[in-house]
Write a protein that binds this ligand. Structure first.
Ligand SMILES: *[C@@H]1O[C@H](CO)[C@@H](O)[C@H](O)[C@H]1NC(C)=O
Ligand SMILES: *[C@@H]1O[C@H](CO)[C@@H](O)[C@H](O)[C@H]1NC(C)=O
Ligand SMILES: *[C@@H]1O[C@H](CO)[C@@H](O)[C@H](O)[C@H]1NC(C)=O
Ligand SMILES: *[C@@H]1O[C@H](CO)[C@@H](O)[C@H](O)[C@H]1NC(C)=O
Ligand SMILES: *[C@@H]1O[C@H](CO)[C@@H](O)[C@H](O)[C@H]1NC(C)=O
Ligand SMILES: *[C@@H]1O[C@H](CO)[C@@H](O)[C@H](O)[C@H]1NC(C)=O
Ligand SMILES: *[C@@H]1O[C@H](CO)[C@@H](O)[C@H](O)[C@H]1NC(C)=O
Length: 406
């Protein structure tokens, strides 16, 4: 079986990254793929929706279809859950001072904002260096040969409570009534950081083929959204993002209905502004959503994704995260690259306190996808099962087959 996988993956390979292991690329999606009907045909689906069936019922049969389906799913997330992600703005300029302070100015339709961030370079080696972007900083150990950009997401879109909505530089630029949620605003800004790196001659000695994103908890939800929305990000590592990130709304609702005190869509829209105002109408009927978060993770494919989670916290939804992400893994299985996505869920540590037990797995993702160690073992799909994580029964949630996409 393992041989079959790697043989099939070879057939898909396209030259991609000079230093990391090769991963397949998808063909570009036609513009029409992201055009949704004005009135969405919503059905009541209590299982996890099929990532491989279009809204109109047609099946995904090959890589072209899959790229098209991703564009459709991306549009659905923007329309129903996350708000509109604006395109590249009219004007972007930057300055880089003291060899660490990157300032980005953005202007659009007569308004402008400026935001800055520290860039921390490795102290040894010559570069160009791979770079991680930390949403609100990084809570995982960043390898010493990888640069780190700490992105101040709260400055871009505040996230203190639901009343933070519309506050932050993103909304100074696009207006307080922009539909974008705070997470969409952060993803937009991360894309502007990448624009600037692309536009700067020498790219600040960073390797733009090896960009990663990470964050923990609420910022882990944000890291997953950023990785889903910008294909220039190679490696996405959400940490302990829980419900609203690596968890699926439907599974969290079932947990809640069983009396488990876990975060649900209904709770989350009252707690904070991470999701759009438009999402509120679905929070008590999540079975009407034509997607769930296994498909948000599916937008990252075929790029590497390593989901780190913590079974100690019932609030994060251990069963929801395990069920959701092991289902998302089927997207990578369909692409015949199962080792490009990993899930590791263990407890016995404080929230966002990275445990040494996961170090070898995390290092394997950096080694393979940033440093080209093709032998690094990224075949990680495991939970310690604590707090009901292993109560997820796949046959109750997944009623679709995994196609073989080539
Ligand atoms: C970085 O530069 C900007 C101006 O470009 C300045 O406002 C900011 O204070 C600087 N930050 C640090 C930490 O020096
Ligand atoms: C960026 O914006 C700030 C404040 O709006 C301004 O002072 C600065 O000159 C601008 N820098 C660039 C490079 O446009
Ligand atoms: C935002 O929407 C509110 C409510 O509809 C409206 O009162 C306000 O004028 C709008 N603000 C802007 C800047 O468009
Ligand atoms: C969802 O349920 C909560 C709690 O019962 C309620 O406050 C909220 O208004 C409901 N939302 C919708 C859109 O029905
Ligand atoms: C969806 O179907 C289930 C099972 O029949 C039912 O309990 C639930 O109320 C329905 N939800 C909606 C939003 O219609
Ligand atoms: C984790 O904690 C649980 C409960 O406190 C305990 O039963 C288990 O042995 C611990 N596991 C490890 C790997 O330390
Ligand atoms: C890779 O690591 C996983 C756990 O992280 C382990 O279960 C598996 O056996 C390892 N595979 C190989 C080939 O070493």
């Amino acid at each position: 079986m393992a041989f079959k996988h790697s043989f099939a993956a070879l057939l898909l390979l396209l030259p991609a990254f000079s230093h990391g292991a090769k991963v397949p690329s998808l063909p570009p999606a036609r513009a029409s793929c992201s055009v949704l009907p004005e009135h969405l045909p919503l059905k009541n689906v209590s299982t996890l929706p099929d990532p491989f069936t279009f809204l109109n019922g047609e099946k995904v049969r090959n890589l072209d279809d899959f790229a098209c389906r991703q564009a459709e799913v991306n549009a659905l997330f923007q329309r129903m859950e996350l708000g509109t992600l604006p395109p590249r703005p009219e004007k972007i300029t930057s300055t880089f001072t003291n060899n660490n302070n990157l300032t980005i100015n953005v202007s659009n339709e007569g308004k402008s904002i400026s935001f800055n961030m520290p860039v921390q370079f490795p102290t040894t080696g010559d570069g160009p260096f791979p770079v991680m972007i930390g949403v609100g900083g990084a809570s995982i150990p960043i390898p010493s040969n990888v640069a780190l950009i700490n992105f101040n997401n709260d400055d871009m879109a505040q996230q203190n409570s639901e009343s933070s909505r519309g506050i932050g530089k993103f909304f100074d630029l696009y207006g307080v009534n922009a539909t974008a949620s705070s997470m969409t605003a952060w993803a937009w800004a991360i894309s502007r950081i990448i624009d600037v790196l692309e536009d700067t001659p020498g790219h600040l000695n960073l390797d733009l083929d090896r960009i990663g994103v990470t964050g923990c908890s609420r910022d882990g939800k944000g890291a997953l959204v950023a990785g889903a929305f910008d294909p220039r990000i190679l490696l996405t590592i959400p940490q302990e993002s829980g419900s609203g990130g690596a968890g699926c709304w439907r599974i969290s609702d079932v947990m809640w209905n069983e009396g488990i005190d876990t975060q649900t869509a209904m709770e989350i829209v009252q707690e904070n502004d991470w999701f759009s105002v438009g999402f509120e109408q679905y929070v008590n009927t999540t079975s009407l959503l034509p997607f769930d978060h296994h498909m948000l993770a599916g937008l990252v494919a075929p790029r590497p994704l390593f989901v780190i989670d913590n079974t100690d916290y019932v609030w994060l939804g251990p069963e929801s995260v395990w069920g959701c992400m092991s289902t998302a893994h089927k997207v990578y299985e369909a692409l015949q690259i199962p080792d490009v996505m990993g899930v590791s869920q263990i407890g016995n540590h404080s929230h966002c306190d990275f445990p040494s037990d996961q170090q070898a797995q995390l290092s394997a993702f950096f080694d393979k996808f940033f440093f080209g160690d093709t032998k690094a073992n990224t075949s990680v799909l495991e939970t310690d099962g604590a707090n009901g994580a292993n109560e997820f029964v796949e046959s109750q949630w997944v009623d679709w087959a995994i196609p073989r996409l080539a």
